[in-house]
Design a protein around this ligand. Structure first.
Ligand SMILES: [Zn+2]
Ligand SMILES: [Zn+2]
Length: 294
């Protein structure tokens, strides 16, 4: 039986998030799905894996609900369950930007993967901006992308302050699946940027269509796979180096010393060699994380 992971979001009003959450948790459990789904007054965001047939049922059910008619699912095949459990949680906002009045603002014009490819191939004068966190962009990003040093998305308004020289330029923002760009691009427009696009379907959609082109390195994912590596050309495979041995890699770990928990780029060799820790000191710590996937 084929296993699939789907990733989706939709900004749409949900009147009673708690009730919606409870119904959703049972729906997913009945279909033996695992994953993480977030519900807010402003919509839904999720990554879910399961057997293809059940995933299809889930997709049909969700798209049949009022307000969710045009929801887009990004799909991938997987060889194992990449989430240990099913969690449906209520959040205040889908992505934490904490700018209340943005909810109803319009985001930048959607740029298809085809168009982005064309921008690159024709040498168009444009600025591409990674709206993800720096630990994500480190292991992979679009060619020539600006990679702001963000620890989390709440820092976006501070980043935008530093971008004022690009106000009249063509800007393309991108993130993993598109959800952060809806707000990131809306915020740019609000701040007076004139020519703002957001990559439609995010990196997920682009790398599936056009691997080995203008995406360099791996893509950080928030599930058991950790990294998706779309490229086959050696020179495009990795943008980062193992922080322990220096070899090129797109793999990363959270140090398994619970008192450290540092996220470091770490090749698979060093991962085993240092027991999922960032240093020999951490390796000796008595408080270690349990291994779920590795
Ligand atoms: Zn290494
Ligand atoms: Zn450590």
């Amino acid at each position: 039986m084929a296993l699939k992971i789907i990733s989706f979001y939709k900004y749409t009003e949900i009147e009673n998030p708690e009730k919606f959450r409870d119904e959703h948790q049972s729906l997913c459990e009945n279909l033996s799905l695992n994953g993480k789904i977030y519900i807010a007054f402003e919509g839904i965001n999720g990554n879910v894996c399961g057997e293809e047939e059940n995933i299809n049922q889930y997709k049909n059910k969700l798209s049949s609900l009022k307000g969710f008619e045009n929801i887009i699912f990004k799909e991938d095949e997987i060889s194992d369950y990449v989430f240990p459990k099913m969690h449906v949680r209520v959040k205040k906002e889908l992505v934490n930007l904490s700018i209340e009045e943005l909810t109803n603002e319009k985001g930048g014009e959607r740029l298809s993967p085809e168009k982005l490819l064309e921008f690159y191939e024709t040498g168009k004068d444009f600025i591409v901006i990674d709206t993800r966190n720096s630990y994500e962009s480190k292991i992979g990003h679009f060619k020539n992308a600006l990679q702001p040093e963000m620890k989390n998305f709440r820092e976006w308004p501070i980043v935008v302050e530093t971008l004022s020289e690009y106000k009249d330029k063509t800007i393309v923002t991108y993130c993993t699946g598109g959800i952060r760009c809806e707000k990131a691009s809306a915020y740019l427009i609000k701040k007076g940027f004139k020519n703002v696009y957001q990559l439609d379907g995010g990196i997920l959609t682009y790398i599936k269509k056009y691997p080995d082109t203008f995406w360099h390195g791996g893509m950080f994912v928030f599930d058991g796979r950790k990294v998706v590596e779309p490229n086959t050309k050696d020179e495009l495979k990795h943008t980062a180096n193992c922080e322990l041995c220096g070899n090129p890699t797109s793999y990363y770990i959270n140090c398994h010393n619970l008192d450290c928990d540092k996220l470091i780029v770490c090749c698979k060799n060093c991962t085993t060699k240092y027991n999922y820790c960032c240093s020999q000191k951490c390796e000796k710590s008595p408080r270690k994380r349990e291994r779920i996937y590795e």
